[in-house]
Design a protein around this ligand. Structure first.
Ligand SMILES: CCCCCCCCCCCCC[C@H](O)CC(=O)SCCNC(=O)CCNC(=O)[C@H](O)C(C)(C)COP(=O)(O)OP(=O)(O)OC[C@H]1O[C@@H](n2cnc3c(N)ncnc32)[C@H](O)[C@@H]1OP(=O)(O)O
Ligand SMILES: NC(=O)c1ccc[n+]([C@@H]2O[C@H](COP(=O)([O-])OP(=O)(O)OC[C@H]3O[C@@H](n4cnc5c(N)ncnc54)[C@H](O)[C@@H]3O)[C@@H](O)[C@H]2O)c1
Length: 653
């Protein structure tokens, strides 16, 4: 058994065939924390001083090589040695240093590997510089070394997008030198021995050929357009595009840029979201509670939502049994689902074998009894309480006692649905967002009676569906639609008070929303909200301010884009300010004797953000939302709130 040398709590090494094999073991993702950096520095010094050591291999314990710098250290005083110093020592080593990527090499992890003299990876490894997703740029040489290896255009695309590349692509890009078909560390030791005595391959000594502006624009154009309003991607492009400079100058510029961005509000917001996403599935009281096994999912109602949910479930490996109310509807639903699978096949998201496997796991029926094998049944039938209650009572008779029943309702009360069944403890809400096979957000609705293991199962299914689950209590509209309603109400107050739809939409788009509220309304259609307002008219609180402008539009047949007119006119499909709408708004103001005034974009943004945050505070006070960051996740992932602003609760703080 080779003797183990410990250099720090998280860095140890053994010597094999004259090669020092250094292992980073810093759960959960081998982030380059201060202890890791210190251990690596000592290991390098040890190798340098030991005549019997001819080379070094650096690898990670567990399933990750290095998940990046330790994000939790950001915003705290730097602890020496800083990562760039460790990386420079690797590159300057007189003995060959080989990176053995046993898993993901991301951010600082890839930057460390780029400074090694050879990079070998397991076929399952992934590489990337995702720093822009945290509002920063690579700060340990990535913007300077990567283009020296793969060229400026390819480096711009990877760094400005922050995307992750699989091992095969990384090899083809020359980020990696070799894929280990056998034991990774054995192959890395062999590589280190081959490099012993040869002149070291120092990435930093390569020269990045200058790229011409057209190449730079081609590599960055779409990425920067999509990242509208964010600083980091543009800074990444600038740093990579100027990587033909001497290395020292490029590294200095990169570090200064990294530090500026790291301390920005945008980076703080994106770090907030990074950790919020991981917090959201941690529900108090579920520790040690096992989820029930789910293999077969029933989906009742194969319309817009049900078909999307079916595609998501098939893609996650579940068997799906779809039920609709007639053979025609069931067949139509099946066709809709197969059509979506065929789109995935055509786009390359699915290969032929995958398509056939998923299609084989789908069956549709009109017979309740065919749902007997289901471990979970999700209903997505008409949003009518009687229909849903009747369905759940029918399901009670055919599924097993441990089968979980979930409702996808947007606005009905899941507690009322649960109360109508024989086993309310097995009922919860799974509120998908449309299109259900695309949108990550999934509100997991905890009903009054929902059992803990049922809730745990909902979260486990959400994770397997690659959704972002956020637990909510029962209230009308749950977290997202309740805040959206408050935000819409405030926007309509602003209309009565003097603003116009295009001014409000411009203020929202200036803030970072991809599309303003009224433009979204026209796209979704005004009739659903109108029908709900008419249903609620009888129970509306007369003391509450109610704006009738939207009712006037609907009464005039202005139901949105599909009717050619809504909050805007759409001559030849182009959204256009419509004086008729302005006249309707002015008439409503006159009815209320409101003296209209103009509003600045800042005033509009503040009023709408305050309305969202106030409703969020109410949701927290009522115990509907467990934490403010959950509310931020819902508004970012379900309603277009710009992630780099952190969400309404973060923005308010
Ligand atoms: C005078 C001197 C002044 C100072 C000078 C300073 C000079 C400049 C120094 C520059 C140093 C920076 C260098 C570098 O360019 C910057 C970076 O590397 S930023 C980080 C980049 N990496 C990432 O963005 C990857 C983030 N992580 C992931 O994508 C995933 O976690 C994963 C690695 C793919 C693993 O995925 P999963 O297996 O699903 O695991 P989870 O995502 O659930 O995470 C598990 C657990 O780990 C926590 N975690 C993950 N990554 C990090 C991280 N990088 N830092 C800290 N913690 C991390 C995550 O929050 C989970 O925690 P838990 O919920 O379990 O508590
Ligand atoms: N549309 C959205 O954006 C959205 C978003 C989230 C949640 N939801 C909720 O999802 C549910 C379905 O919405 P949708 O937009 O998919 O509706 P839809 O009209 O597109 O589909 C409903 C489907 O249910 C079927 N159906 C109706 N009654 C049935 C019954 N008794 N048994 C079996 N099948 C029956 C219909 O034939 C139809 O195929 C609603 O509760 C809605 O609130 C909708």
């Amino acid at each position: 058994m080779n003797e183990v040398t410990t250099f720090s709590a998280t860095v140890s090494a053994t010597i094999r065939d004259g090669i020092l094999v250094v292992t980073i073991d810093n759960a959960p993702v081998n982030a380059t924390s201060a202890d890791v950096r210190s251990g690596l520095e000592k290991a390098l010094a040890h190798a340098d001083a030991a005549p019997g050591i001819r080379g070094v291999v650096i690898t990670g314990a567990g399933k990750t090589f290095i998940g990046g710098a330790d994000i939790r250290e950001f915003g705290k005083p730097a602890i020496e040695p800083i990562l760039p110093v460790v990386i420079e020592k690797i590159e300057a080593s007189s003995k060959p240093v080989v990176a053995a990527l046993n898993g993901a090499a991301l951010g600082g992890g890839l930057e460390l590997a780029l400074a090694c003299h050879y990079r070998i990876a397991s076929p399952s490894a992934q590489v990337g510089l995702p720093e822009v997703k945290l509002g920063i740029v690579p700060g340990a040489g990535g913007t300077q070394r990567l283009p020296r290896l793969i060229g400026v255009p390819a480096a711009i695309e990877l760094i400005a997008s922050g995307r992750i590349a699989k091992a095969k692509e990384a090899l083809s890009l020359c980020i990696l030198d070799e894929l280990a078909e056998t034991d990774l560390v054995d192959a890395a030791i062999e590589a280190a021995r081959r490099l012993t005595g040869a002149s070291p391959r120092k990435t930093g000594e390569l020269t990045a050929a200058p790229a011409d502006p057209t190449e730079i624009d081609k590599a960055s154009g779409k990425i920067l357009a999509k990242a509208r309003g964010q600083k980091a991607p543009a800074e990444a492009v600038r740093l990579v595009a100027s990587s033909h400079r001497p290395l020292a100058a490029g590294l200095a510029d990169e570090r200064a840029t990294f530090l500026t961005l790291r301390d920005s509000r945008e980076a703080a917001a994106l770090r907030h979201i990074f950790f919020a996403e991981r917090e959201a599935s941690k529900v108090a009281g579920l520790e040690g509670i096992d989820a029930r096994p789910v293999v077969t999912i029933g989906i009742c109602g194969l319309g817009l939502m049900g078909s999307g949910i079916a595609v998501a479930a098939l893609g996650a490996g579940y068997t799906v049994i779809g039920l609709d109310q007639s053979l025609e509807a069931a067949q139509k639903g099946r066709q809709r689902i197969i059509g979506l699978l065929e789109r995935n096949l055509a786009s390359g998201r699915l290969d032929q074998a995958g398509f056939e496997a998923q299609a084989t796991r789908l069956s549709v029926t009109v017979t309740d009894a065919d749902l007997a094998p289901c471990d979970l049944v999700i209903e997505a039938v008409f949003d009518d309480l009687t229909v849903k209650i009747d369905l759940f009572r029918r399901l009670d008779k055919v599924v097993r006692p441990e089968t979980i029943l979930a409702t996808n309702t947007s606005y009905l009360n899941p507690d009322e649905i649960a109360a109508a069944t024989a086993h309310p403890e097995r009922v919860l809400g799974l509120h998908f967002f449309s299109p259900a096979h695309v949108m990550r957000l999934l509100e997991v609705v905890r009903c009054k009676e929902t059992a803990l293991d049922v809730l745990a199962t909902g979260l486990a299914v959400a994770k397997r569906l690659r959704k972002l689950p956020v637990v909510t209590g029962v209230t009308e509209g749950f977290i997202g639609n309740r805040i959206f309603s408050a935000y819409r109400r405030e926007a309509e107050y602003l209309l009565e008070d003097g603003a116009l739809p295009h001014e409000i939409d411009a203020a929202l788009e200036d803030y970072g929303f991809p599309m303003g509220l009224f433009a979204v309304y026209d796209m979704a259609g005004l009739e659903i909200a109108w029908a709900r307002r008419k249903r609620q008219a009888a129970i509306r609180d007369p003391s509450e301010r109610y704006v009738e402008i939207a009712d006037r539009l609907c009464e005039a047949g202005r139901l949105g884009q599909k009717s050619g007119r809504g909050w805007y006119a759409y001559p030849d499909g182009k959204r256009t300010i419509d004086p008729e709408v302005t006249a309707i708004i002015e008439a409503e103001r006159a009815k209320r004797s409101i003296a209209a005034r103009s509003f600045s974009q800042d005033e509009i943004q503040k009023r709408l953000l305050n309305a969202m945050a106030a409703e969020g505070e109410a949701l927290l006070a009522e115990g509907i939302a467990a934490r403010a960051s959950d509310i931020d996740l819902v508004m970012i992932n379900g309603y277009g709130f710009p992630a780099y602003k952190g969400g309404p609760m973060f923005a308010k703080s």
